[in-house]
Design a protein around this ligand. Structure first.
Ligand code: DGT
Ligand code: CA
Ligand code: CA
Length: 361
């Protein structure tokens, strides 16, 4: 059976977080900056929205260059807020995971999902599912993303990058060769400027050129491993599984409280939604957890965690809420601080049907 894989990449991610947190900024050029602190403007651009890109701003560019390009454009320059981006990323990834048979996050704003089973390997259903996912993310979180769909991770990844922002690109197995053929070789993930140059020297500009080239010569030029990998990529082949990496075998959510607190009632109200989300993701994926935990950060930014191992695995939302309430009670009894951020965590998954890990969900 052919697999169907999605690659999801959020558009102008850091800048989009700034935009959704402050919608008034929307039509202005927004530049997210990593200030080095040496002089007022020294540092580099992390990313910018598409309005700023229209004036030539690019990731990695010195902030001073970006300022020059955006002179008199009513642009806004924001210092990167990594903690916030990670928090938003976590929320969005939870939504994506709920659409997956298998889920693999590969960066703060990218993930692969294998959806073969839930759409019975049908590409018509793939489009519907992708549109549903985009809609949910847009309506509930006001975020756009670009999705690439294909028979493996390689094709999905390349196609998510083809139409940005807010793209949806589907490459069915019979279309793979034509789709790849016209692309420049550096569209293959992993082909950097050096490999590109070496390939160009051989007269190889497009993936089709690479596909036609003598395999033995490629292997001689780039070594056996890299050579074999290049040839496979040019064929559009990639057998690697969508697999959750070890540290993702837990689900956690954290939020900043509207005010610092050490009141159990207030904390539980604030994290109610987080627990609903976590429990729903378990349910959607037919999983139960055997460890429930909390993580909290006090007003001095000190970290606290507590967890409880269950005798009987669960995904029941009220049971999880009770356990979390107990954990927060005991945390409050043993500390005197006020909490600034509070979170929840579930770990050690089992499939309700049998022994399965989240890597296969
Ligand atoms: P896109 O996907 O082209 O619409 O735009 P982004 O901004 O989402 O770009 P992407 O997916 O390559 O990177 C995701 C985030 O990673 C981006 O929002 C900010 C950060 N990032 C990307 N490139 C750089 C860079 O050169 N320097 C720094 N500090 N951060 C970067
Ligand atoms: Ca992105
Ligand atoms: Ca990305």
């Amino acid at each position: 059976m052919q697999r169907i894989i999605f690659h999801i990449d959020f558009d102008y991610f850091y800048a989009q977080v700034e935009e959704t947190d402050n919608p008034k900024l929307k039509d202005r050029p927004i530049v997210v900056c990593m200030f080095s602190g040496r002089t007022e403007d020294s540092g580099a651009v992390a990313t910018s929205n598409y309005v700023a890109r229209g004036y030539g701003v690019k990731s990695g560019m010195p902030i001073a260059f970006a300022k020059k390009k955006l002179e008199d454009k009513n642009a806004i320059f924001i210092k990167a807020r990594h903690e916030r981006y990670a928090e938003v990323s976590q929320q969005l990834m939870m939504v994506i995971a709920s659409y997956a048979d298998k889920f693999e996050q590969t960066s703060i704003d990218e993930a692969f999902i294998d959806v073969s089973k839930r759409i019975e390997n049908k590409y018509v259903k793939a489009r519907q599912l992708a549109e549903e996912l985009k809609k949910e993310i847009f309506e509930n979180y006001h975020f756009t993303c670009s999705i690439g769909i294909g028979p493996n991770k390689l094709i999905a990844k390349i196609s998510s990058d083809i139409q940005k922002p807010n793209g949806l690109t589907i490459v069915r197995p019979p279309e793979v060769e034509t789709f790849l053929g016209i692309l420049d070789v550096d569209k293959i993930p992993g082909v950097g400027p050096k490999t590109k140059e070496a390939l160009n020297m051989l007269g190889i500009k497009t993936v089709a050129d690479l596909h036609k080239y003598n395999r033995t010569e490629i292997a001689e030029k780039f070594g056996k491993n890299t050579g074999a990998w290049l040839i496979k990529a040019a064929n559009g082949e990639d057998d690697s599984e969508v697999a959750m990496v070890e540290e993702q075998k837990q689900l956690s959510r954290i939020k900043t409280l509207k005010r610092n607190s050490r009141e159990i009632g207030y904390i539980m109200t604030e994290i109610d939604e987080l627990i609903n989300d976590v429990a729903q993701t378990l349910k959607d994926n037919n999983l139960v957890c055997t460890i429930v935990g909390i993580n909290a950060i006090d007003s001095e930014l000190k970290n606290y965690t507590k967890s409880k191992t269950l005798v009987r695995a669960t995904n029941d939302v009220s049971e999880i809420k009770n356990l979390i309430r107990e954990l927060y009670r005991s945390l409050l009894e043993t500390t005197f601080v006020e909490f600034r951020r509070t979170g929840v965590k579930v770990e050690k998954f089992e499939s309700k049907a049998g022994q399965k890990t989240l890597g296969e969900f």
